[in-house]
Design a protein around this ligand. Sequence first.
Ligand SMILES: C[S@@+](CC[C@H](N)C(=O)[O-])C[C@H]1O[C@@H](n2cnc3c(N)ncnc32)[C@H](O)[C@@H]1O
Length: 309
Amino acid sequence: MAAPVAATGHRPVLLEETLAAMAIRVDGVYVDCTFGRGGHASEILRRLGEGGRLVAIDRDPQAMAAAAAMRDPRLSLCHGAFDRLREFLDDLGLRGRVNGVLFDLGVSSPQLDRPERGFSFLREGPLDMRMDPTAGRPAAEWLASVPERELAGCLHEYGEERHARRIARAIVAARRQQPLTTTTALAEVVARAHPAWPRGQHPATRTFQAIRIYINDELNQLKRGLLQALDTLAVGGRLLVISFHSLEDRIVKQFMRRESGHLEEPGPAVPAGGPRLRIIGRAVRPGEVEIRVNARARSAVLRVAERLE
Ligand SMILES: C[S@@+](CC[C@H](N)C(=O)[O-])C[C@H]1O[C@@H](n2cnc3c(N)ncnc32)[C@H](O)[C@@H]1O
């Protein structure tokens, strides 16, 4: 069965798999760190009884407005980045009492589809790319002054763009002529500079991904959010993360391995108290049917772990 589509056009990824792995208790406490349009959250709420609770976090004010519109007394809303998870749960008196924490990373379909948010190279809009337009700097402002080497480093590291130096040089040359203030202006500069890109992709795909990750500090957010999730979970509580590219998935996989005492690579030692997580099952990927109806699911990976004593 295909996952339901929210009224806003957002189709939750790996929905059935996520709900099954969450092992929801009717009176449990759950946290959705990436509420989006509530695709996962509304199905969690459907499985909770009157005594259950769901904390909805999102840094996007439009996502919080959608959560508020649900008018569900079991839902607590926290506007902000999920690296404030501990603080949010302390304020609600729920630290250490959580039965499940979900991260469904990246941008939502409404963020991508609305040109004014500046995430899409296909639709003309201001070059913004902030998940929270009330905080931080829009992409255009950063691109106007970032040194060429730093820009190339960003495209290489966060976009895994093979032609990072060439593209960074073209962006710096273009901004000397005229400030790059729109998504399509940037996309055109990248397309002109790019010598070869993977079939089926737009030449600016990796550049846009890199700038978005940088502007929203996504990988550091993830590292901090995961650590805080550990502090908020009750014993037996579950941590679920859906990631969409290898940079995110590597962080999640290494975190879960390290915290469960299974890290092969050298890295920070497991805390003195011993493993704090147990990995549940293997990484879950969407089936063919889901990928056919939802192209966004193509690269999704769900990883699950359980909090130990
Ligand atoms: C893929 S969407 C989630 C979709 C949601 N599961 C649904 O089914 O509707 C990701 C959401 O997470 C939010 N987000 C991403 N990183 C965040 C962070 N560090 N802190 C808080 N929210 C974040 C984005 O604003 C976006 O709304």
